[in-house]
Design a protein around this ligand. Sequence first.
Ligand code: MRU
Length: 344
Amino acid sequence: MAELFRPFWWHDNALHLIDQRVLPHREHVVACRSVDDVAAAIRSMQVRGAPAIGCTAAYGMLIAAQQAFAAGVRPHAALAAAQAQLDATRPTAVNLMWATARMRQAAAQLDGAELIERLHAEADAITAEDLAMCRAIGQHGVALIPPRGHVLTHCNAGGLATAGYGTALAPIRTAHEHGRPVHVYVDETRPFLQGARLTAWELQRLGISLTLITDSMAAVMMQQGAVDCVIVGADRIVANGDVANKIGTYGLAVLARAHDIPFYVAAPSSTIDLARSGGEQIPIEQRDPAEVTMCGGVAVAPSGVAVANPAFDVTPARLVSAIITERGVITAPYHEALPRHGGH
Ligand code: MRU
């Protein structure tokens, strides 16, 4: 079995996580012992990636209940407050709100030690299910990787972004585990550099061959015939098949279509939001302008310049060749196929 990346784990009544802001230079572990700690870790992107923030928010809900229990206050009021605080950290990835709502539901009708036990089991189950869903995505998606196996990916949708196996990286990892040739073009993914810092680090550790490129090189790689397919993850897939993912994903989908290259989206059912009908309804997180004006702690723009920093974009369903979930591979019309693949 290939090596797992455990980006977070529960130990000694605290949520521990690998600080993804300082990878690949440092493997630093932080311990979150309060809801404030978990909310700050998600907001600052010490932990990031849609499934991973869902799992860690679930443990944040467990912490809220434990602390209420210890202080002798009503856990249900504490859980409602924690849900509101955690949901407000990052608006785009629906896995976050899905996980906190699931924890609230698990706690309903319970109290005292029984409630704590139940929430602990539920957070562990959310994490274990994510791992299983990602492995299934790998099994289904591996068939889509062409024989030469040259795949371009964007951002980090690997072990670090999930409970340990990844979504977009799952078919790639599975192909590698099966001994099939696979080579990954990794977009650096400005401004947060998830591709350069995290995906390159993961693939190197797994022994999977890769070439790191800047985002602006994707077009010429496709034009030169270097790329067989694109596989990306998702933060939210809505009922008509529109996909929110890391900023730059939409541009890649347009490029893939222009070069007649398949563009695949890999995501578990926890990312499918059937309550929203189209991509225009997806809230897009706007982040600190300093992420754009600075790079590696160095200013790269004149001070005072106007900056836009949307963290995600929406790729219209018509540009998506197929969506890979834990239940299989879906093609258009997505509004018919997606409800059969779960979602909420
Ligand atoms: O801002 P991030 O790093 O949390 O964005 C992550 C992405 O856009 C991923 O592609 C997505 O969450 C899927 S992760 C399996």
